[in-house]
Write a protein that binds this ligand. Structure first.
Ligand code: PDD
Length: 281
């Protein structure tokens, strides 16, 4: 089946992607006035669905919207989009809806636009062999904990990394390491795993949460703490986490090797546990 024939969900109806249309007055189109989720599904089983839906509810609340569906309804909506033979993700987007005219201000009585589709998770084996990243000053807004569709800064930062043959941009603000343009970050130093604290400077990643649970279950020394940029220069290991890329080891940062330039033992340990969780959860 060609991608534009694949089934998508739009406002209560399933239809081929090529037939799904929204109004040009949709506030998502005009203002990026909406939020989204990316939920991995391994062979038809949605991974940490409740956590994704709870983050969605928080994102909606932050932009003064209420979830249009219950957790059970979301699950029912997603099922027809999933292929039980594949590793995919659900992309879910909710915008504030269509207003009568373009106006920055909004009323509370708009009907949200709800769109969901599935896509195959792109192969990541090449990234798991160790990848390149660079540090860049964070140019985003102040509500990075909200999973807003307004991603212009993120896409420009990611593209700058790609232009320099790097897989990710690591974002720096006031001398502190925050996260990747589309991922969270972990740093290993002297046997301790560090990650920046969950505040409005970063997205509360679900993969981040899974990784933290694994680390704590193993009783590995761990700190959620502010990480200075210089710490990256002396790190033993650096990892990036996201729903579509899992846990990616960074072996080269700003054109210099991270430690010896090979994948570290802590990554192997946590990634093995993560793969077991994926297979059994
Ligand atoms: N992005 N930080 C940012 C800025 C992100 O965009 C993402 C994920 C993450 C990791 O969150 P999670 O583990 O819940 O995927 C952190 C998704 C994959 C995207 O925009 O496509």
């Amino acid at each position: 089946m060609s991608p534009d024939q694949s089934l998508v969900y739009l406002n209560g109806h399933y239809q081929p992607l090529c037939d799904a249309k929204i109004s040009v007055l949709d506030r998502g189109f005009l203002f990026g006035d909406g939020v989204y989720e990316v939920i991995p599904s391994y062979r038809g089983r949605l991974f940490y669905l409740d956590d994704h839906l709870s983050r969605l509810a928080k994102s909606l609340n932050s932009i003064r919207m209420t979830p249009p569906h219950s957790a059970t309804q979301w699950s029912e909506i997603f099922q027809p989009l999933l292929d039980p033979t594949k590793d995919q993700y659900i992309y879910l987007q909710i915008t504030r809806g269509v207003a009568a005219k373009r106006d920055h201000s909004f009323s509370d009585d708009l009907t949200p636009t709800v769109f969901a589709m599935s896509a195959d998770i792109a192969p990541i084996e090449h990234l798991r062999c160790g990848t390149q990243a660079l540090t860049i000053e964070d140019t985003r807004w102040h509500l990075c904990n909200v999973k807003a569709t307004t991603l212009l800064a993120n896409i420009l930062l990611r593209q700058e990394a790609l232009d320099q043959q790097c897989a990710e941009a690591i974002l720096i603000k006031n001398g502190l390491v925050l996260e990747g343009a589309a991922s969270n970050i972990f740093v290993v130093k002297d046997g301790v795993i560090l990650t920046p604290p969950q505040d409005s400077n970063i997205l509360p990643g679900i993969t981040r949460k899974v990784v933290i649970d694994l680390i704590q279950n193993q009783r590995i020394p761990f700190q959620e703490t502010a990480i200075r940029t210089e710490t990256l220069d002396h790190a033993d290991e650096i990892w990036l986490t996201s729903s579509t890329r899992e846990i990616i080891p960074v072996t080269e940062l700003n054109s210099r090797s991270v430690s010896s330039g090979t994948i570290g033992p802590m990554w192997h340990r946590i990634n093995t546990l993560f793969q077991e969780k994926k297979a059994h959860d």
